[in-house]
Ligand binder design. Structure first.
Ligand SMILES: Cc1cc2nc3c(=O)[nH]c(=O)nc-3n(C[C@H](O)[C@H](O)[C@H](O)COP(=O)(O)OP(=O)(O)OC[C@H]3O[C@@H](n4cnc5c(N)ncnc54)[C@H](O)[C@@H]3O)c2cc1C
Length: 388
């Protein structure tokens, strides 16, 4: 069976659905082809089930890309306020949790329901359980499945990254980019827990569940948030954020007492200069178990002023060298992807292959933690949708 459309969108995630809505509104006959049994599965699990759907402080600095300027145009054309207006039009209650992060009051289903209603009204047709066998391009694009050939002059690839394969992630977007001769920046797991080496495993993993406010730094970036010890390494927002910048074999520098001086009393008052005093001082800042264990593994070389200075420095510059990440199974996003040099920043259209578009996570634009990845999906999807 052959079905003709004005545009085919591969993937019914955040970016694909937004693109369909905008294109449908402009009267395009759109088909969205989705591999899973339903659209927007990642939206439903996002933000702990409440979907951190945008961040009111979104700016290009919140994104990682080999071209830091690329995202500017799309982010300016479709802003957090645009998405909030849509959410408000549908009377969806939401709140700012922290640092500009907007979450649904009730559940992520509200956001998916809103998108489903919008694309339904725009006339876009969703096909689920679609197993794409082949994509070709002659005078138009042809997407072949076992039963159907979908034809259209426009193809939009919105198949996301490789994170969470059990939610339906595949490498189809990257395969298509290669097939059409577009360069790819090596994909890698991002916003992902990091793994301790053998030695640190032996030292710390029985503290799994303990957390502390730290500043984690690497590669010129720093994030002050919570760090969590896990059964295999480190996680928590500070570590997830810095993981997107970390590359093996770099070390992370962790400040265990941000903005505080731990040894002041030992240096300046009559408190005895010994391990008990230092433990007591550290326990005022860190959970007792972490303070004790860290000191067991960083025994001061002495109690002179310079030895205490060295301890103070170490507390603020704990160097941890992860051996790897938890991988795509636990990564919130995939960094890298279709090289931005290949795409128009205004429309997401390929420079080499006219009427071929890439949007969302499959592109080499990755947001920090905090609603930025959805904002990129909405913005890139809307820009492409308006250009179809
Ligand atoms: C656990 C978790 C929580 C998250 N929470 C947040 C959050 O709160 N805020 C935030 O901003 N970001 C969050 N993210 C990131 C965010 O979900 C993604 O960045 C965003 O969904 C990317 O949108 P996308 O449309 O590009 O890709 P996706 O949403 O991944 O959609 C891609 C779609 O393409 C389909 N597909 C894949 N391969 C094929 C194929 N071969 N054929 C047909 N269809 C295919 C997939 O099934 C999927 O439906 C979270 C991610 C995870 C994993």
């Amino acid at each position: 069976m052959v079905q003709d459309f004005d545009a085919l969108i591969l993937g019914a995630g955040a970016a694909g659905l937004m693109c369909a809505i905008e294109a449908g509104k402009r009267g395009r006959r759109v088909a969205i082809l989705e591999r899973s049994e339903r659209p927007g599965k990642k939206i439903l699990i996002s933000g702990g089930g409440r979907c951190n759907f945008t961040n009111i402080h979104t700016s290009p600095e919140n994104f990682i890309s080999s071209n830091p300027h690329f995202a500017k145009s799309a982010l300016a054309r479709y802003t957090p306020a645009d998405f909030m207006a849509l959410v408000e039009k549908h009377d969806i209650p939401y709140h700012e949790k922290t640092l500009g992060q907007l979450f649904c009051d009730r559940s992520a289903q509200d956001i998916l329901g809103m998108l489903e209603k919008e694309y339904g009204e725009s006339g876009a047709q969703l096909f689920v359980n679609v197993a794409i066998q082949e994509v070709t391009h002659t005078t138009e694009f042809v997407v072949r499945t076992a039963e159907t050939e979908f034809h259209a002059p426009v193809l939009v690839v919105a198949t996301g990254g490789l994170s969470i394969p059990k939610m339906g992630a595949t490498g189809l977007g990257y395969d298509l980019a290669r097939q059409f001769g577009l360069a790819i920046r090596e994909p890698r797991p991002a916003l992902v827990p990091l793994l301790f080496g053998m030695e640190d495993c032996g030292r710390y993993i029985d503290l799994a569940g303990v957390s502390a406010e730290v500043i984690a730094s690497c590669d010129g970036q720093s994030f002050g948030e919570k760090m969590l010890v896990t059964h295999r390494g480190l996680s928590g927002p500070a570590i997830l954020q810095i993981s997107s910048y970390w590359k093996k074999p770099q070390s992370l520098i962790i400040d265990l007492a941000p903005g505080q001086k731990v040894t002041t009393e030992l240096v300046e008052s009559n408190v005895p200069r010994n391990i008990a005093s230092l433990r007591a001082a550290m326990q005022t800042i860190l959970p007792n178990r972490l303070a004790n264990r860290w000191l067991d593994n960083h025994v001061p070389s002495g109690w002179t002023n310079s030895a205490l200075e060295a301890v103070e420095r170490q507390i603020h510059e704990w160097a941890v060298t992860p051996v790897g990440t938890e991988g795509y199974g636990k990564a919130e996003v995939t960094a890298g992807g279709v090289d931005t040099d290949e795409l128009s920043a205004k429309t997401m259209e390929s420079r080499k292959v006219p009427r071929l578009f890439f949007i969302g996570e499959v592109v080499d634009v990755t947001g920090q933690l905090g609603g930025y990845n959805f904002q990129w999906a909405w913005a890139s999807g809307a820009c492409a949708g308006r250009a179809l």
